[in-house]
Design a protein around this ligand. Sequence first.
Ligand code: FES
Ligand SMILES: [Fe+2]
Length: 383
Amino acid sequence: MTMERATQIELIRELLDLHDRRSPFLDEHWEKPDLERYQSGEFFAREREGIFLALPQIASHASELPGPGAFLTLEMSGRPLLLTRDEEGVARAFYNVCRHRGAQLVADASGCRQRFSCPYHAWTWSNAGKLIGVPHEKAGFPDLDREEHGLHALPCEEYAGWIWVSFAARDSIDVQSHLGDLAPDIVAMDAETHVVFDTTSRDIEANWKLLVEGGIESYHFRVAHKDTIAGLFLDNLSSYRCFGPHMRSVLPRSSLSELRDKPEESWNIGEHANVLYSLFPGSQFLVQEDHFVWIQGIPMGPNRTRMRLSTMIPREANTPERQGYWRRNHRLTTTTLEEDFDLGEGIQRGLGSGANAHLNFGRFEGALVQFNRIVDEAIAGNA
Ligand code: FES
Ligand SMILES: [Fe+2]
């Protein structure tokens, strides 16, 4: 498991105590968030500026750029990106936009190339972003400064097995300070020893925040997941802590109560609970016993979010004999999360109806209150 023993014991004790008292994890108050924040274009524009264009985000797992020459393209924060690994093995991020007349430079989703040639007039760049070819350069672009026309690069850092990108106008990013006190947990996950077993991606017709909120409370497990995972978890029992804008939630499985009769030194939280790390704003890691799931939400508009679910498995466990096991795991994850996404789409459809003037977050849904506070603070420039 990924966290210090003392922390594990403290978190387990807290949950066992609540379970003994038949109490959920309760915050002081319940809250009534307004609906505008889930549907207004104006609010979404402020989130884009204050959050998605301002903070470092995970763009890909390191293994998705497996070696020199590897590349992939994606859209994040409404902008087309090209990620590459150059000949020295350094991960780089660029806009996927030609510097001649702005054509989309690379159409393929991924592959391996040393150079990228624009499909319009064949200006060509190396995978380190250097301009290396311009047809009829002397006649058409006398004195062209090639240095000035490298691909437009974005701050990019490979950290803890992930490729992080920022759209903020800086030269570099500091992922470790962005993660703050959560950094040791994220490093200890050892993501660099994992590979992507499979990814399922779908555009969901719901605001990105509804989809985060769907994952950080356990009030709904017994009802919404009755056909999938409900039986594996304790009813309406989970805890959370905030780490700056990030959050760590503990979702205890039914077996947690067995720990009462066992010595604390033998407690291992990973055997009896799923731990969910919500890295603000766009990625969540759902840590399970022998693997984890990377849930990436990419907002495409106020009512649309691209959700990518990746089952991340230890590299050495990616053997032919275990393919069936991992496939079943991936299917259970996607089926369960589809249940959440369908609910999110239903909420979004109802928002404009006038049925509700506000939503209701109960005292055991305090993680949702905190998450929305974090959004508001980030918009105000304090994340
Ligand atoms: S637009 Fe790319 S080479 Fe002309
Ligand atoms: Fe759920």
